[in-house]
Design a protein around this ligand. Structure first.
Ligand code: THU
Length: 128
């Protein structure tokens, strides 16, 4: 799966967002090291703090399907701007070994950001 394919899957997943409060729709497409794909979209709640981010929806779908060892995740949003995972999602992505985040830059061009740059000095399974 190319990074362009992964961004296209994230865009498709974004159509499943439930974001009536922020109207900010997010889609994520996560690929495992053995090539399995899991997607997610944000799911908001009238009790705002219960909102689920797209990235964590994709992670939870993958982990509960038995996938371990994620390679990279593509993230897109309805803003049309580059959209990066929030801090909480970075931590959860780190837990499962995610190596990189792909975002859509100018005209949808995929740009790779390494997790080591997005979450330096991360606390994770090896820290315990
Ligand atoms: N959101 C995500 O889905 N992922 C992120 O990494 C950042 C924020 C969602 C949560 C909320 O539904 C909306 O974007 C605005 O914060």
């Amino acid at each position: 799966m190319t990074d362009d394919d992964l961004l296209a899957e994230a865009k498709k997943a974004m159509t499943g967002a439930y974001a009536p409060y922020s109207r900010f729709r997010v889609g994520a497409a996560l690929v495992t090291r053995d090539g399995q794909l899991f997607t997610g979209a944000n799911v908001e709640n009238a009790s705002y703090g219960l909102t689920l981010c797209a990235e964590r929806v994709a992670v939870v779908k993958g982990v509960t399907a038995g996938a371990v060892g994620f390679d990279r995740i593509a993230v897109v949003s309805s803003s049309g701007e580059e959209t990066f995972p929030c801090g909480a999602c970075r931590q959860v992505l780190h837990e499962f070994g995610t190596k990189a985040v792909i975002v859509a830059a100018d005209e949808g061009r995929p740009v790779t950001h390494l997790m080591t740059a997005l979450l330096p000095h991360a606390f994770g399974p090896d820290s315990l």
